[in-house]
Each structure stands twice: as structure tokens, then as C-alpha cells.
Design a binder for this molecule. Structure first.
Ligand SMILES: [Fe+2]
Length: 290
């Protein structure tokens, strides 16, 4: 079994990392957490990030066999559907996404017929399930906390951990969105840190703190030594106190109320209205200003 080659793509406006990983033997690969660009001032969506990814896979000669999301994102729109239509590859996400759909269906007061059974994706992955990218088995690990549906994809020596750990100098991801839990996040990160020490951890976001360049990769061993939230092997209570206190100071993501409407639809815009245009809906006073 070989290890995957990994190419990362940073979206500067949202600090999101997107990945293509592939099996160098068979040249089959997967796209992880692609971004559909959205300008909240004009309401315009565009596909600059997704096109950059498509250009790369074409030039590298990679056959895309999966479009994977780790969770329904709160800070950007998913380009999974757009990329699936262009590549013919199926989309996948963790099966608990149905819980996130139900939660946000209520917040947005979506009509009763809005499906919350995950049919917007081709495949819903269960905890512990394995599927193949070429000859590389990819194992699904539930890693809730940031959202209740978050999963990690472990492919050979690479783990795509989304919003659990951040880069070592930034610690961990927030756990205060609807369905989030700092307790669950602690357990999920313990499971990730129990992977082999040389596992390459690829994170979901980086905000380039202090003006350093954006980074996406560190090993399990590096996190154990240097991660500012985990290097001292904190107890669950210590971590939760730190995480919850920090989360209470963070404003909600700029695009959260827009993004979830797209992302609980698997990266589709809401159904067009009679004039063929799609609209977003913003719930007033469902959340407190911070
Ligand atoms: Fe996220």
C-alpha cells in the first residue's frame, strides 16, 4: 500500500484549506472540502477555487473518483456539487449530516418537504467505514465537536482532520456552533493524536497568524510537542474550560447564515423562485450578536 500524494489549495478570504489527494500508482484521487466562492456584498457566487482544482487535476492526470466533505461548513460554500457535475465523481460526507440538516431546517423554517435524510449526497459514510481511492484504503473516523457530523478521512499516512486541530501555533477549532461540543471535540482530538506519530495531519483552516505564511500540515508527533492546546496533555476539563472561554469571545463566522443553506443541500443553491433566481434567507434574532 502506498501513501497518497497531497496537493493543498488555500482560499485566502475564508482561510480554508482544500485538498486533492491521489494514489500515485493508479492516479485515482479525491477532492476534499472544495470552496464555492461567494461575495456577500453582491450575492455573486463563482467557481475560481473549484476551477483552480480542476486545472490541477487535469494537468497532473488525476482521475477524480470522489468529492468529499468533512462536514457542513459554516464559513464557506461547498463546491462539491459543481465539481461532481464536472468530473462525474460521486459526493460523500458523514452520515450524521442528517442531524445537521434537521437542526438547520428548523432554524431556517424550511418547508416540511425539505429532505433531511442526506439524499443530497451520493454516499453517507459511517464511522469506521473504509473505501478505496485506487489502491489506498480510506478510513472514516467520526470526529464530532466542531459540528455533530464531522468526520476525518485517514488515507495511508495522511489524515484530513478538518476543523479539529488547527496548526500547532493555533491549537484547535471552535466548538460553539449549533450541534457543537467541546467535550466531543476533546475526544475526537484524542483519537486523532492516537494515530501513528508520523501521520501527516492536514487541517481545515489556517488564518496565517502573525503574518506568517499559511500552513496546512504537521505530523501527529509535532502536534503532541507543539500544539498550543494539546502539548501539555490537558485533561478534558482543562481543555473544555479553555475552548469554551475562547469561543465565547469569537464572533460568528461572517458567512454562517448564508453558508449553511448551501451546505445542507450538498453545495446546491436553494431552489430557484418563479423568476428563476435563488434567494437566501436570514433568520432574524435566532442568534445573539457577539
Ligand atoms: Fe468548519
Amino acid at each position: 500500500m502506498s501513501n497518497p500524494s497531497v496537493k493543498s489549495f488555500w482560499d485566502e478570504p475564508t482561510g480554508s484549506w482544500q485538498y486533492v489527494f491521489h494514489d500515485p500508482e493508479t492516479m485515482k484521487g479525491a477532492i476534499v472540502d472544495p470552496v464555492l466562492d461567494f461575495d456577500p456584498f453582491s450575492g455573486a457566487t463563482s467557481t475560481a477555487n473549484a476551477e483552480r482544482i480542476l486545472d490541477y487535476v487535469r494537468e497532473a492526470g488525476i482521475e477524480v473518483v470522489w468529492i468529499l466533505d468533512t462536514h457542513p461548513h459554516a464559513d464557506h460554500f461547498s463546491a462539491a456539487q459543481w465539481l461532481s457535475e464536472r468530473t462525474g465523481a460521486p459526493t460523500g460526507i458523514g452520515e450524521k449530516v442528517t442531524g445537521v440538516q434537521a437542526l438547520w431546517k428548523e432554524i431556517y423554517n424550511l418547508p416540511p418537504e425539505f429532505p433531511t435524510d442526506g439524499r443530497q449526497w451520493d454516499r453517507l459514510f459511517a464511522d469506521g467505514e473504509t473505501f478505496m481511492i485506487g489502491e489506498i484504503p480510506v478510513r472514516v473516523m467520526f470526529s464530532p465537536g466542531h459540528t455533530l457530523a464531522s468526520i476525518t478521512y485517514v488515507a495511508g499516512d495522511a489524515a484530513f482532520v478538518h476543523d479539529t486541530l488547527m496548526m500547532p501555533d493555533s491549537g484547535s477549532s471552535r466548538a460553539d456552533f449549533p450541534g457543537g461540543s467541546s467535550k466531543a471535540l476533546y475526544d475526537s482530538i484524542q483519537a486523532i493524536l492516537a494515530l501513528p506519530d508520523d501521520t501527516r495531519i492536514f487541517v481545515g483552516h489556517d488564518y496565517a497568524p502573525g503574518g506568517r505564511e499559511a500552513r496546512c500540515e504537521a505530523t501527529v508527533a509535532e502536534h503532541k510537542v507543539a500544539n498550543v492546546h494539546f502539548r501539555d496533555a490537558p485533561s478534558e476539563a482543562t481543555f473544555r474550560a479553555l475552548r469554551d472561554a475562547r469561543d465565547a469571545t469569537l464572533p460568528l463566522p461572517r458567512l454562517m447564515l448564508a453558508a449553511l443553506q448551501i451546505n445542507i443541500r450538498g453545495g446546491r443553491l436553494p431552489d430557484a423562485e418563479g423568476n428563476t433566481r435563488s434567494y437566501l434567507k436570514i433568520p432574524l434574532n435566532a442568534f445573539h450578536a457577539r
